[in-house]
Design a protein around this ligand. Structure first.
Ligand SMILES: C=CC1=C(C)c2cc3[nH]c(cc4nc(cc5[nH]c(cc1n2)c(C)c5CCC(=O)O)C(CCC(=O)O)=C4C)c(C)c3C=C
Ligand SMILES: [Fe+2]
Length: 417
């Protein structure tokens, strides 16, 4: 079923006109910051979200459905990952923030913007940089970190009893070189879109809407390119990255690999765990290694993406044909599956060495990180050939609630039930 919706010929300005004519709009909060009072309401497709769809810039992915968008959604070209620290002192304030974020997420997923405002003495409600741009398949995916529930032993918002079963920071790994300033957080929002400016606009306005209730902890930006034919994107080592996701791309596969189990608290129904690792890739070291070494590192051929001894990218891999420390062989030996949704990043130059700061914003979704991601990570950190070329520099684990029905806000069944 394809619920992704194209609304050709309708600009964000048109949405503003619609909103004015049906009497919905936005109000200014006491601080002068725009509060999202009512989202502009373009015609929306039925609830639910399907992984297939067009990457046309005017295509939209609805916010509503059984699961949050941005998890099994085919990857857009750009991603921002923003982590927030809540400063809200009580549950009602958190609810206010999540309501505003949800309304804004709905608005921007539909290709709308907040009104720029008529009062020249006040800041415009919307920052405006997407006024002439389409929705660009924007998705916003929300996750809650362990400190959302309990901080320094305190049940901050009276919800510690509803903590998901496996929500813990990823345990320290032997080769970790983590920067705590780039790790963790109370809430994480993953924003993806086909247009970087559209994605940034959403993140920027999430930050604005959080004024007085949360501060942004860290912000990461990533990109991929699968080319016009939508092939598996190549990472900065030049290898196709994401091929094995095809192994579980079915309703049953996603149920087994991604969606939280029935023993989780009710609000996690249709939800999942989002893991994040910022992994620096040592491009200069890699670029000096031979093609044979590069291919041995993964156990796949560089150009075709096929597993060792195979021809096509999607031919069944045989780990026995790969070196014993090949990345893919170790992943297979862990006998665990995860759903990966990573993006490349570049962060300028390391002034101490003159090397380029670049790598992978590794994002994976899984139903149970303790059984899936963590054993795999442990095995890889112990003897992955890739360790020679990569350093893990940041980390996070977030519980993503299930999807929303129209009128609900993200986390409602956690904060109100
Ligand atoms: C613990 C999980 C993983 C981390 C961390 C990780 C880092 C990482 N991976 C690549 C590049 C590739 N990974 C590939 C496959 C692959 N990787 C993981 C897990 C982690 N990767 C899994 C589960 C798999 C699939 C294995 C399988 O079942 O076949 C590949 C091969 C192509 C593919 O299937 O995507 C590449 C290439 C980098 C560069 C990296 C850190 C910098
Ligand atoms: Fe990998």
């Amino acid at each position: 079923m394809d619920h992704e919706n194209k609304r050709q010929g309708m600009s964000r300005r048109d949405f503003l006109k619609i909103s004015a004519s049906v009497g919905v709009g936005l109000a200014l909060g006491a601080s002068g910051m725009a509060a999202v009072e009512k989202v502009v309401s373009p015609s929306k497709p039925a609830t639910g979200e399907a992984p297939s769809g067009s990457s046309a810039p005017d295509a939209t992915i609805p916010l509503y459905g059984e699961h949050q968008a941005g998890i099994i959604t085919p990857q857009q070209s750009y991603m921002y990952l923003a982590s927030f620290r809540l400063t809200a002192s009580d549950r009602a304030s958190v609810v206010r923030l999540l309501r505003d974020w949800t309304r804004f997420a709905d608005l921007s997923s539909a290709g709308g913007t907040m009104r720029t405002g008529d009062n020249p003495l006040l800041p415009p409600s919307d920052t405006g940089e997407t006024l002439d741009l389409p929705a660009a398949r924007l998705t916003a995916t929300f996750g809650f970190g362990p400190t959302f529930f309990r901080q320094d032993g305190k049940d901050r918002y009276g919800i510690a009893g509803k903590m998901p079963l496996y929500l813990k920071d990823i345990p320290r790994m032997p080769r970790d070189n983590l920067d705590s300033l780039l790790s963790g957080g109370d809430v994480c929002v993953q924003v993806c879109a086909e247009d970087q400016q559209v994605a940034f606009h959403a993140v920027r306005n999430f930050i604005r809407l959080s004024t007085g209730l949360a501060t942004v902890n860290w912000l990461q930006e990533g990109f991929i390119s699968g080319g016009p034919a939508g092939q598996t994107p190549r990472n900065l080592f030049g290898f196709k990255d994401g091929t094995a996701n095809a192994l579980h791309q079915s309703a049953e596969g996603y149920r087994d690999v991604v969606w939280a189990g029935a023993s989780e608290p009710e609000w996690m129904r249709g939800g999942t765990y989002m893991a994040y690792r910022k992994i620096r890739m040592l491009l200069e070291v890699w670029d000096r290694s031979s093609l044979a070494d590069q291919e041995d590192t993964f156990g796949r051929y560089k150009e075709s993406g096929a597993a060792y001894g195979k021809k096509g990218e999607f031919d069944t891999a045989d780990p026995a044909q790969m070196p014993i420390d090949a990345h893919v062989r170790l992943a297979k030996e862990s006998k665990r599956l995860i759903h990966r949704r990573g993006y490349s990043y570049t962060d300028g130059v390391d002034q101490r060495t003159g090397n380029v700061n670049a790598g992978l914003l590794f994002v994976s979704f899984q139903r149970n990180p303790e059984e899936q991601l963590i054993p795999m990570l442990k095995l890889m950190q112990s003897r992955d050939a890739l360790n020679e070329y990569a350093v893990h520099i940041a980390s996070g684990m977030f519980a993503c609630p299930g999807g929303l029905r129209e009128g609900q806000y993200i986390g409602q069944s956690l904060l109100e039930a």
